[in-house]
Design a protein around this ligand. Structure first.
Ligand code: ADP
Length: 519
């Protein structure tokens, strides 16, 4: 074919038309607008009088006319099964077809013509296919100049595949926009402050709550640093930004115009940036402080009278030994003395816990010490207490020192608490306690195990809460405040360690803790 033949001129025209169509379709991302454009172009590309467009409903596998096309209520109700009618069979066979006299074709139904008064003579129909799946069918109706030709079919197929891509893109775009809107609603409605920043701290998105917490007066900052300007941050911002962790907890404190304490986390995003989430914990912190002051006050108030009770009852018991105290007086004095001592121990533990609650891990006095030596000393100091309770500690300790950095007195108390528990809650006649220290990676791992009743699985996460004790019917005695394990956990966390329990009913429990070895 020479470049100047009429066929070549047709081809060039077709190509130009298809390019124009491509440009038009790809410029429309609004689905309803795009569907109308596809309809209009369907007739234009092959010179037809009219056109129709049906989409496939994935869930019911039926073809329908989208309401966006504004074809009227009756038409919008039409549903064609795959294989039904001309469009249905094009979708089922995934093959375009030309019907130049519809009345001769049994697949054609005159129903729509009867409704609209339109007279259909010929149809050119093509499936719209996206990644091997039919998403709809386009039809050009009544060629304005004779019958539809094979060339029309080719042009129409090329158009249908462009339309399929454009419709799929618009659908993707609208579902993305919907998701974004949902996210934005959650973001703006959440009570927590939320800020999205780039790696330098430039704010990309900030919600109402965050504005309110950070700068209720002006709310005009662009970098999150400005928002935090009047607040003390711990850890400080350079430390947080240098952190390699994915999530870093932080606290913010502002004294004026009104005290405000915010607690939150910074999440390092894979897309290079930060998500800052924080909530107002001022009331919670103040309440905790009040509880601490109250507990501290009553413990201090109880200490002096208790010292008198235990002290004087002890003196009376010793003095009375030479003289003849009657049985009743002796029994009463012994009980007063023993119960007084128990109460004094409880008060001491409560005070220890309250003091610990105030502990600031950053400024805690620390020294390097040998964990193995401390464990040996602590077990030795408990020898009498253990013997009185028919128990002893079996030790499997390394001969080499395990040096850790921290407060040895606090770690001593952790060991004591766990050994005491291993005995206290054990109703066996022979109470066996084993103490094992071994190296686990960069940590020392301490395990204190007993042969007691074990801890029911549903209780295992609760026992670390403050003032939590398992029902006495289970462990047999409730001696203590339910503060021992909360104390241990807090001490270990302040030392960058962990505390966990492994327990089996009727077999026993093992409390395992880790501490980083000093380098
Ligand atoms: P308490 O002051 O009562 O000792 P803890 O915080 O130390 O409080 O322990 C909380 C609860 O966990 C205890 O009341 C007890 O029921 C249970 N518990 C702790 N250690 C053991 C153990 N070794 N065996 C069985 N139960 C235990």
């Amino acid at each position: 074919m020479s470049p100047n033949t009429p066929d070549h001129a047709d081809d060039t025209q077709n190509l130009e038309l298809l390019l124009e169509v491509g440009r038009l379709l790809s410029s429309k991302l609004e689905l309803s607008e795009l569907l109308t454009t596809v309809m209009e172009l369907s007739s234009r590309v092959v010179g037809a009088e009219s056109a129709s467009l049906l989409l496939l409903d994935e869930s019911t596998q039926e073809l329908y006319f989208d309401v966006a096309l504004g074809l009227g209520e009756e038409t919008s109700k039409v549903r064609l099964k795959l294989g039904q009618g001309i469009a249905g069979s094009v979708a089922k066979e995934v093959k375009s077809l030309i019907i130049n006299d519809v009345r001769q074709d049994p697949r054609w139904s005159p129903k729509m013509d009867e409704q609209s008064g339109f007279v259909t003579r010929s149809i050119l129909a093509a499936p719209m296919v996206m990644k091997g799946h039919v998403i709809g069918v386009v039809e050009a109706i009544n060629h304005s100049d004779g019958p539809f030709s094979d060339q029309d079919l080719k042009t129409f197929e090329a158009f249908a595949s462009q339309a399929a891509v454009a419709i799929e893109n618009a659908r993707l775009f609208s579902s993305l926009r919907e998701e974004k809107q949902k996210l934005q609603t959650v973001f703006s409605q959440m009570g927590e402050g939320a800020v999205l920043t780039d790696p330098k701290g430039i704010i990309l998105l900030i919600n109402k709550a965050a504005h309110h917490f950070l700068d209720p007066e002006t709310a005009s900052f662009q970098n999150i640093r400005e928002g935090f300007k009047h607040m003390a941050m711990s850890p400080d911002l350079p430390q947080i930004l240098a952190s390699q962790e994915r999530v870093t907890p932080f606290e913010l404190l502002r004294e004026s115009p009104k005290k405000l304490i915010l607690e939150g986390s910074i999440i390092r995003l894979e897309s290079e940036g930060w998500l800052w989430i924080f909530r107002d914990v001022t009331a919670k912190k103040q309440e905790e402080k009040l509880t601490r002051s109250f507990l501290s006050l009553i413990s201090h108030k109880l200490k002096t009278p208790l010292a008198s009770i235990t002290g004087y009852s002890q003196v009376l018991l010793e003095e009375g030994q030479g003289q003849k105290l009657n049985d009743f007086a002796l029994k009463s004095l012994t009980t007063i003395n023993q119960q007084g001592q128990k109460l004094a121990e409880l008060v001491e533990k409560l005070l220890n816990f309250v003091t610990l609650e105030e502990l600031d891990p950053v400024h805690m006095p620390k020294s390097k010490f040998d964990l193995v030596a401390v464990a040996k000393e602590e077990a030795a100091s408990m020898k009498k207490w253990l013997e009185e309770r028919n128990s002893k500690v079996e030790m499997a300790l390394e001969s080499t020192p395990f040096i850790v950095l921290g407060d040895p007195n606090l770690i001593r108390q952790v060991l004591r608490n766990l050994i005491e528990n291993a005995v206290k809650f054990n109703q066996k006649k022979q109470k066996a306690v084993s103490l094992l220290i071994e190296k686990e990676g960069a940590n020392a791992r301490v395990s204190i195990a007993d042969n007691g009743a074990g801890i029911p699985p549903e209780e295992q996460s609760k026992i670390f809460q403050r003032f939590y004790q398992i029902e006495s019917s289970f462990t047999g005695q409730v001696e203590g405040w339910g503060l021992g394990l909360a104390f241990c956990k807090k001490v270990l966390e302040a030392h960058h360690g962990t505390l966990q329990v492994k327990s089996q009913l009727n077999q026993g429990s093992a409390f395992n803790f880790t501490l980083p070895l000093a380098t």
